[in-house]
Design a protein around this ligand. Structure first.
Ligand code: SAM
Length: 297
């Protein structure tokens, strides 16, 4: 395997007459030890099928392919797809897709989902894991929406903007606590594995990054009867998270519940009129969602 150092990448890009595309979040990880940290954090074995969004030049993909039963990797950029195809030629269990991974910001492209389904059918009883150095502009939809897909991942280990990592693990009352924190923590254990300075990438991004590990907890998930409703409702009430909860719930359900009905629900939960959305912990929000859902037509 080629060691994809900064010099290697710069030379290869020069030969191909291309340069990294900022619009696609092309910041390649050039600290090869950190490739290992990501692979180790994902704890990949023959029991796993991996989904990678953003093949890039295939450096991380190669390490995944050496450990996992199968890999599906998706790359939007034709030049990089070509480069990675050379890199991955000896790994027939890697399915490479050249396309946008997302159909829109709320949905994966169906061809990606089909490829995952086929790979899991080819390697039955394996666990699906997302492992990726994600392009920053699609990191939130990728991590959020994978939890709504038919094949829910066992875990997700990803390099993301530090600020996004802070939001995922944030606790009530903190400035980073929001719908994403609730969505993740309601169904998974999330932690920041490592912080990364801009210098470990080429070209350097303007922000700090973090490796996050999100391990899905099926028992937690099973306590949420309607995940889509939970996702939408939490997003809606956190739009103005510093406002009073009552006003947020009324606005979120204005076509479904009257103010009086919202007041009844809040009274049943012993939540005062002064309660603010940002102070509610995950389990309180899960109970609130269920009460609302059972009354909303
Ligand atoms: N995996 C490589 C690495 O670790 O160095 C590349 C990571 S780079 C941060 C992100 C990669 O995602 C780029 O190769 C970029 O072209 C690709 N990408 C960006 N948007 C994408 C999308 N919507 N669908 C698929 N790939 C995308």
């Amino acid at each position: 395997m080629n060691r994809q150092t900064k010099t290697f990448l710069m030379n290869r890009f020069r030969e191909m007459g291309i340069s990294p595309a900022t619009r696609h979040g092309q910041n390649f990880l050039i600290d090869l030890n950190l490739h290992r940290v990501i692979i180790d954090a994902a704890d990949l074995t023959e029991q796993d099928v991996v989904l990678e969004i953003g093949t890039g030049t295939g450096a991380l993909t190669t390490l995944m392919a050496e450990k996992a039963a199968g890999v599906v990797t998706v790359e939007i950029d034709g030049h990089l797809f070509e480069l990675a195809s050379e890199q991955l030629i000896d790994f027939p269990h890697v399915t490479m897709l050249h396309q946008d991974a997302l159909k829109n910001k709320n949905n994966f492209d169906s061809r990606v989902l089909e490829a995952i389904g086929e790979k899991l059918a080819e390697y039955p009883d394996r666990r699906l894991k997302l492992v990726a150095n994600l392009p920053y502009n699609i990191a939130t939809p990728v991590l959020s929406n994978l939890l709504l897909c038919e094949h829910v991942p066992h875990s997700m280990v990803a390099t993301i903007q530090k600020e996004l990592g802070d939001r995922i693990v944030a606790q009530p009352w903190s400035k980073d606590y929001g719908a994403l924190s609730v969505w993740m923590q309601a169904q998974a254990e999330a932690e920041i594995v490592r912080l990364m300075p801009p210098t470990v990438f080429w070209p350097m991004p303007k922000v700090e990054s973090a490796i996050v590990r999100i391990v899905v907890d099926p028992a937690k998930r099973s306590t949420i009867p309607d995940l889509r409703f939970f996702h939408q409702f939490v997003k809606a009430i956190f739009i103005h998270r510093r406002k009073f909860l009552r006003a947020n719930v009324v606005a979120a359900l204005k076509h479904h519940l009257s103010k009086a009905e919202v007041d009844e629900i809040l009274a049943e939960m012993q939540l005062s009129d002064e309660a603010r959305t940002e102070q509610l912990d995950v389990s309180t929000l899960m109970r609130l969602t269920e009460l609302v859902r059972s009354r909303a037509p």
